[in-house]
Design a binder for this molecule. Structure first.
Ligand SMILES: Cc1ncc(COP(=O)(O)O)c(C=O)c1O
Length: 395
């Protein structure tokens, strides 16, 4: 497989891709604008941030804080409420580690069967550590959150509810408005995993806290965001420690600088912050590109539904954010993915880091195709032709 044979050039900022890349929900291709923003700094014009001392450092500080401002504007919050993390997983661990510190027996943490492991295991472990109960909100047989259980799941004992805005398996959007209303009524906090939402221009307005990753939102790897609304960051405590976040260090104890910097110990991913800000700027400007994604997703869904033996996970009549997962009767998802790979169609197969959901739906694995603004009708056609040819593997 030579890159030459697979590469093709696309117009616009998304640059060069090769093959039919349908795995953007795992990691999306990066915008040239994001790369340019990082390169601008990394080519001999960078210094560490918040260390002071010289003009290059001050300039890097300025650019880093500008990037924080851009992220804040995109999310509709203030810059003081934006923390740069290593990714969605790091943000969720920080939230679970910090928010649950004072929980104990009688308190309840609510997650759902839809969650990616990154929004399940940190809360599970916090519950085990603190003695709080972990309540897992079931999905319906179709694979969407069972909203009839809203009041049963979120009760006056609930301290925090952590839910995905967009499922990484079905692409369906959670009803955050109803969940947030109930969360407010019982005086709990709402954490939203927006990892699959931000790339589609959704940003969990209802959340007290949200997280996402740069590499799924057309930005660089190694960076993510934890953001709060309504001053929520003030309720967090640092759970990781090191340089950059301390005000004074004595042998007997230390004090911290103010929010959000006290939640960014060590050297933060400052070049990546510039890249991420550039990607979010692009997403903000290019809303029309997202309409193309939903058209392609619908076409893929309809095409798959028309094939005998293909089962699409989740209800078929609802809008999906760029994700279609499916199985083919009698063919293992890995074999379907291999047939597709041989045709240059790159999808994900397996449990999608969502074992609780797989178990709830009685599945061992699925194939997932996911779409982004650089995909075209040719990618959908290649997917459908590949799945069609995988039907021949049925025993
Ligand atoms: C819904 C969801 N949450 C969290 C994550 C974890 O993201 P990361 O691995 O970038 O931390 C993913 C990654 O696939 C995801 O799809």
């Amino acid at each position: 497989m030579t890159r030459q044979a697979w590469m093709f050039e696309r117009d616009g900022e998304l640059g060069q891709l090769f093959g039919h890349y349908l795995d953007s929900a795992a990691t999306a291709q990066m915008l040239c604008a994001a790369n340019d923003a990082m390169t601008h700094l990394d080519r001999g014009m960078r210094a560490n941030v918040r260390r002071g001392g010289h003009r290059l450092g001050e300039r890097t500080d300025e650019l880093y804080e500008q990037a924080r401002g851009t992220v804040a504007r995109f999310l509709g919050t203030s810059a003081e409420q934006v923390v740069f993390t290593a990714g969605a997983t790091a943000g969720l661990n920080m939230l679970a580690g910090s928010l649950c510190q004072c929980f104990g027996e009688g308190d309840e943490i609510v997650v759902t069967e839809l969650e990616h492991h990154s929004n399940f295991v940190p809360w599970q472990q916090a519950a085990l550590r603190t003695g709080a109960a972990l309540k897992v909100w079931p999905v319906t047989s179709e694979g969407e959150l069972n909203m009839l259980l809203l009041e049963q799941m979120i009760t006056p004992r609930t301290r925090v509810v952590s839910v995905t805005q967009v499922s990484n398996v079905t692409g369906l959007v959670s009803d955050l408005t109803s969940i947030a209303r109930r969360v407010r009524d019982v005086g709990a906090l709402l954490v939203v995993d927006a990892a699959q939402a931000v790339p589609h221009g959704l940003m969990a307005e209802q959340a007290d806290f949200l997280v996402f990753s740069g590499h799924k939102a057309f930005g660089p790897t190694g960076i993510g965001v934890l953001a709060a609304r309504n001053g929520g960051l003030e309720g967090l405590q640092p759970v990781s420690f090191g340089g950059g976040m301390v005000a004074a260090v004595e042998q007997s104890g230390s004090t911290w600088v103010e929010m959000p910097w006290c939640l960014e110990p060590g050297t933060p991913p400052f070049s990546q912050a510039l890249g991420l800000a550039a990607a979010l700027d692009w997403l903000d400007r290019e809303r029309a590109a997202l309409e193309g994604v939903s058209r392609l997703t619908r076409l893929a869904l309809d095409g798959l539904l028309s094939m005998p033996g293909v089962r699409v996970i989740g209800p078929h009549n609802r809008e999906r954010m760029g994700i279609v997962s499916f199985t083919v009767d009698g063919v293992h998802p890995h074999d379907v993915a291999q047939v597709l790979d041989e045709r240059g169609v790159w999808v994900r197969s397996g449990q999608m880091c969502a074992q609780p959901l797989m178990r709830a739906l009685g599945l061992n694995a699925v194939v997932r195709a996911s779409f982004a603004p650089y995909n075209t009708l040719a990618d959908v056609a290649a997917l459908l032709a590949g799945v069609d040819s995988s039907l021949a593997l049925r025993g």
